[in-house]
Design a protein around this ligand. Structure first.
Ligand code: PGA
Length: 257
């Protein structure tokens, strides 16, 4: 039986570069429309390899077409705990180098959970992050990748639908996938701060990207497993404005272009 929960995620069959251009164009249109109306835009942003093409295209639009991000506020999904802000693998550094600086944004426009924070302050920090998102007006458009274990943000398997920003323990597969970038498994932090599943689902639009054979199995599980914490990405099914850009769509016979 179909339930609202089980509503399929519309798939967009595309190459990684087509997907990057399409999502960047959607963001650019949103930024321009809001600017024309004298309003701001709140973007929820992801790190990792998947969104790099989007950020490169947005930087090109900024450089070559004068796309102005002065009316944009960004909130990142997550950050490793225990890394210095300038650590090569910190997501704050990724954002500074790949997004905020290339898009001409000031650091005050970009929010990301703190990676260097005393354990006693983590809960208050997480509450403050949620409050900042709410005070900004909520997320207009959330970019999202999917981890091979089905995580969204660092909402690892077991994360409930009603979860909010919090400290989490990283899953073994997540740490294994990060080990290449860190140089060794031991160097990968064990904990992180992530926004919750409920935080992600509160976004008005969600644009998910998943490319390449390494994502085939998790995509299959995201689309076909029962909705639930075992595969957190399944919670995206039923969101009123979600779209998944992928080069694996033909395998599912559900492609929509
Ligand atoms: P990736 O990470 O973009 O580096 O594949 C995706 C994720 O873990 O969410």
């Amino acid at each position: 039986m179909m339930t609202a929960d089980a509503a399929p995620i519309p798939l967009v069959d595309c190459t990684p570069s087509e997907g990057a251009r399409a999502v960047a164009a959607e963001i650019a249109a949103l930024v321009r429309a809001r600017r024309a109306a004298g309003r701001g835009v709140v973007l929820g942003l992801a790190t990792g390899r998947t969104p790099l093409g989007i950020y490169a295209e947005l930087a090109r639009l900024h450089r070559e077409e004068g796309l102005d991000f002065a009316n944009v506020t960004t909130f990142n999904l997550d950050e490793y705990l225990g890394l210095r802000a300038d650590h090569p693998q910190s997501y704050r550094r990724y954002m500074r180098e790949r997004v905020w600086r290339p898009l001409g944004m000031s650091l005050e426009q970009g929010w990301i959970p703190a990676g260097e924070i005393a354990p006693s302050q983590v809960d208050a920090h997480c509450r403050e992050y949620e409050r900042a998102i709410a005070e900004a007006g909520g997320i207009d458009l959330q970019l999202l990748g999917i981890g091979r274990n089905g995580h969204i943000g660092f909402n690892e398997p077991g994360s409930p639908r009603d979860s909010r920003t919090r400290r989490v323990e990283l899953d073994a597969l997540t740490r294994e996938d990060a080990a290449r970038d860190f140089g060794s498994l031991e160097a990968v932090p064990r904990h992180a701060i992530t926004v919750g599943v409920a935080t992600i689902l509160s976004a008005r639009r969600i644009r998910v990207l998943a490319f390449g054979e390494s994502k085939r199995e998790v995509l299959e599980r995201t689309l076909s497993r029962p909705v639930g914490p075992e595969v957190p990405a399944t919670f995206l099914r039923g969101h009123p404005d979600v779209r998944l850009f992928t080069d694996l769509a033909s395998a599912h016979g559900k492609a929509a272009r």
